[in-house]
Design a protein around this ligand. Sequence first.
Ligand code: AMP
Length: 444
Amino acid sequence: MSFSTLGLSDPIQQAIAEMGYDAPTPIQEQAIPVVLNGRNLIAGAQTGTGKTASFALPILSMLDSQQKVRGKRIRALILTPTRELAVQVEKNIQQYSKYSNHSSLAIYGGVDSAAQKKRLIQGVDILVATPGRLLDMCTQKAIHFDELEVLVLDEADRMLDMGFIEDINKIIERLPLDRQNLLFSATLSKQVRALAKTAIANPVEVSVLADANAAPKIDQWLVTVDKDQKSALLSHLIKENDWQQALIFIETKHGAAKLVSQLEKRGIVAEAFHSGRSQAIREQVLQDFKSGELKLLVSTGVAARGIDIDNLERVVNYDLPYPADEYVHRIGRTGRAGASGEAISLVSKDNFKNLCMIESRLGHLITRKVIEGFEPRKEVPISILNYVPKNKPKPSAKKSNDKSPEVKLERGAGAKRRNPAPKRRPRRGAKPQGKPQGRSQASE
Ligand code: AMP
């Protein structure tokens, strides 16, 4: 399939052709026709599958670029869990709208809000926002939603994990009922479906999660090692194998800083990336990592969400994540867009339960290695597949306490109201489309 058959507008097709997008990815093939049709959508797709374009391209195609947006108004709202993802998504939108003159803006916490507010007051076509900062702008009366046409909940599972449910509900309550709703999530868990049920009427459901799970191009292996030997083992692996790049996931901010200094003592340069560092430093560190100037980034899982690095060679789970889906997210950072990648986990005996859950989630055992000189004194038993824990470990997001400053840890409260089925407005510029075809797994 080629992009020309999907019904995207000419300026959008021109922009993506220049970016080297030859053919739509599976999620784009499935989602773009549904969105152009004005339908509500729930999509199972994780970062790396081309999910951003699968909502951004049809939204840009639908929004009439000749119509000038009024002050304080927005026409599409994309909610993201983290500021990094907000920045990334908005950057993609800028690239996609190179020939269509749509305006876009990302607003997020951790930076002074004055400039964001000033820009918002002029009105923007597409606003990408973290929930806390958006509510802040509502309180400051810097935004009106009466012209809003589309809402996107990006990485919905992550937003729920981070305790954003209350904020999302508060935002949805302010939006016009007559809007299109798109939800993207790396997992279509019960909680995600519950959110979808309250906010999204009669959605079409599409998914490429089976592909993501299979991750055939990612070489996954684990090393069993005693906990107190992990940093020495990591240094050994980096030096012995002359790693040119690795994104190293660790549980806590404190752990990240400690590991960076342990690596430094062994002559290895790395940088920590977490919400305890200023936004300016995080942006600089990320830029250095992307350019290849910085080879090793030690990041908490929450902070790393939304980092989009082309051809990331390797991810390392210094700590094993919880829940198991998080493991799938993390390894999905490598092996993107056809490139091969490597995912290595350092596993000690106290990680056994997590390992069982991850291998049960994958449906197979991960290849094990023992590195000479780092043989564990405490053996890690072989996992029981289909393992169901009696006491679940705490979610890593909560444990790490690594939140954007605007994040509130309010959990659990259900959505307050159900939207009636939206009566769709005909969209200017949207070409009529049939149901998704070809490889589509769309179901309604
Ligand atoms: P995402 O899943 O949105 O984070 O996208 C992952 C990466 O794939 C980004 O670097 C995109 O620019 C790239 N990408 C998205 N769609 C395509 C496509 N159809 N062809 C090639 N690259 C793409």
